[in-house]
Design a protein around this ligand. Structure first.
Ligand code: SF4
Length: 380
């Protein structure tokens, strides 16, 4: 079962929005120089202030949101990141954050324990400092991430409240062979999971079509695995990842290790949704919202900067944006077609399938063919 509820079906085939989670990028600044990211190339400008972020968080709560994910850029690049995190946690939201581990100062961890912060995703792209530092563009970045996790592991043993840790690995041509070794590292530092995230090639959405030619940044190495590497992943790495996850006690459903699927030409083109959204609905527009560092509002992280913003929290309250005409029109469009970027999106495949199942089962218990017909989330 998903840990959230599906939106409520309406007689006209649509759904009532039911906000349950939010993601906020509190800054685009970052001290790293990652090869798969461009945020660091531009100095941050005109980002929301601490007071504005507190307002956004309060509005999320008013809308019924129960959990929030804080990211960047690198969130700790903001001097007041801890005040934003604390405000969200003390207001009662379940708070998670993604970090590269570089910006933690002494005392920050204790503050996170004090506000009962829940979950930290640490970005780690290799099991060795040489490769991780090369991908992240800064010497010493591996050590900082691993040291942070070691500190949390030790504190978790002493504290009543535990901070859950997971490792996010952006899987790309340079590092896919490290996917097994990184699980051993995760186990050693007390992480509860490793999330293998296929890389999104820079600039890939620029033509806005689901099957566009794969482009990449003008500078830098190829990021995507090519078909030969994908076949190698599927043949050698995928079964080994499954095995190591089973052996070390990590969750081991196919979504955890079968991250590219067997259609290697589709995966090589970055279509990580593997055609799912050609037949199924994404419920994210009804249950989730994304706010960027300058206050622009989007459906989700993947649509950020790839569609026109649905509003800006400096111009109108988040509640009005989430329930307003632009958002509603896009939700209506979703009932019939997905966006180009959706076909590249693997972020919510498991959640969407679970929500669809919950809706189907709910409609069955609610009774009758009419319920089934109304609730069917496929796009036709
Ligand atoms: S499929 Fe992905 S990109 Fe499309 S709306 Fe859902 S979460 Fe966003």
């Amino acid at each position: 079962m998903p840990d959230e509820l599906p939106p409520e079906p309406l007689p006209n085939g649509g759904f009532l929005p039911r906000l349950q989670s939010g993601k906020i990028k509190i800054t685009y600044a970052c001290p790293f120089r990652c090869r798969m990211c461009d945020y660091w190339r531009n100095p941050p400008r005109n980002e929301l202030t601490l007071e504005e972020w507190k307002n956004v968080i309060d509005e999320l709560l008013e809308l019924g949101c129960g959990k929030i994910h804080i990211s960047g850029g690198e969130p700790t690049a903001r001097k007041d990141w801890l005040a934003i995190v604390s405000h969200a946690a003390e207001a009662g939201l379940r708070v998670a954050m993604t970090t590269n581990g570089a910006g933690f100062r002494s005392g920050d961890l204790e503050a996170l324990y004090r506000v009962r912060f829940r979950s930290l995703s640490v970005s780690l792209d290799a099991a060795s400092s040489a490769l991780h530092d090369r991908i992240r563009g800064v010497k010493g970045s591996f050590k900082k991430a691993v040291d942070l996790m070691e500190k949390i592991r030790k504190r978790n043993m002493k504290k009543k409240h535990r901070i859950k840790m997971r490792i996010n690995m952006v899987v790309q041509a340079a590092n896919y062979r490290d996917a097994v070794a990184i699980h051993h590292l995760a186990h050693r530092v007390g992480a509860e999971d490793v999330v293998l995230m296929p890389v999104d090639e820079k600039g890939i959405y620029s033509n806005g079509t689901p099957k566009g030619k794969v482009t990449r940044g003008k500078k830098g190495p190829r990021l995507h695995l090519n078909e030969r590497e994908l076949a190698d992943y599927n043949k050698k790495i995928r079964p080994a990842v499954r095995l190591v996850r089973e052996q070390l006690g990590f969750p081991a459903a196919p979504a955890h290790y079968d991250i590219f699927g067997s259609d290697t030409s589709r995966a090589a083109a970055g279509e990580y949704a593997r055609g799912y959204y050609e037949k199924h609905l994404c419920f994210i527009p009804w249950i989730h919202v994304f706010v960027g560092a300058r206050g622009d509002v989007y459906l989700c992280c993947m649509t950020h900067n790839n569609i026109e913003p649905l509003g800006n929290v400096r111009a109108e309250p988040l509640k009005r944006i989430f329930t307003g005409e632009t958002y509603t029109r896009l939700r209506d469009r979703f009932l019939h077609e997905r966006l180009g970027v959706c076909h590249r999106c693997d972020q919510y495949l498991v959640r969407n399938a679970a929500l669809e199942k919950a809706l189907r089962e709910g409609s069955r218990s609610a009774g009758g063919q009419e319920g089934k017909r109304r609730n069917r989330p496929s796009t036709g």
